[in-house]
Design a protein around this ligand. Sequence first.
Ligand code: IPE
Ligand code: IPE
Ligand code: MG
Length: 250
Amino acid sequence: MSHAPAPTHVPHHVAIIMDGNGRWAKSRGLPRIEGHRRGVETVRTTTFAARDLGVKVLTLYAFSVENWKRPQDEVGALMGLLEYYLKKELETFVRDRVRLRTIGRTDEMPASIQKLLRTTMEETKNFADYTLVLALNYGARTEAVDAARAYAAAVAAGKEKLNDSSWETFSRYLTTADLPDPDLVIRTSGETRISNFLLLQAAYAEFIFTPVLWPDFTKADLAAAIAEFNKRERRFGLTSEQLKPAAATK
Ligand code: IPE
Ligand code: IPE
Ligand code: MG
């Protein structure tokens, strides 16, 4: 028998902290918004690169609750780009069967964007094979507070029992309730922090930090991250031996 290479285990859910647009632009003497414009192109290519590589759910951190504190002209330009992106992509999502979802407090996004999101989500809701999740006005702490509030209300209404509280019952109140936890979290631009992204859901995710700036991120970079993910052993609190029962019984 031939020695076939071990099959690549593709992470079901990849989440990306898209960082480095500003530095990409600055290094070229361009305004920051130019970096964001290029970043949108990378969103587009990565959406399809991930699917080609076998990923089922791709979450992209597009705008954090903290990002509102950036200069007003940058925030305005980001909202404009998001609107342009959603308008342009609706057709592509429908044609290529991409289900769009969001996480975050989208009810605080501009009304025009909320409308586009609603339309796009409605038109793509039945595509079961591949999901693109945009984290918009997302912050893990805000999400935790919102979930705690909703959970408390459910307890008060008698829909949940405080004594039965568990991660399973509580996590149903997170905006990610119907999504699997991320297996792999990638952050571009060389920063090695989580910046309030999926703090609870990434409890057992593998993290990969790459120096590549988001506008330069390619399918090859994503494939390299998946290859690196394959070298990791996810132990979920167990010992390495427990994960390899055949070897352990020798
Ligand atoms: C990521 O790029 C995009 C958003 C956070 C919206 P940045 O704008 O943070 O780029 P840097 O970190 O300044 O290079
Ligand atoms: C995280 O990037 C948020 C997004 C990618 C949307 P930031 O650039 O805002 O994070 P910090 O400020 O460097 O931690
Ligand atoms: Mg940044």
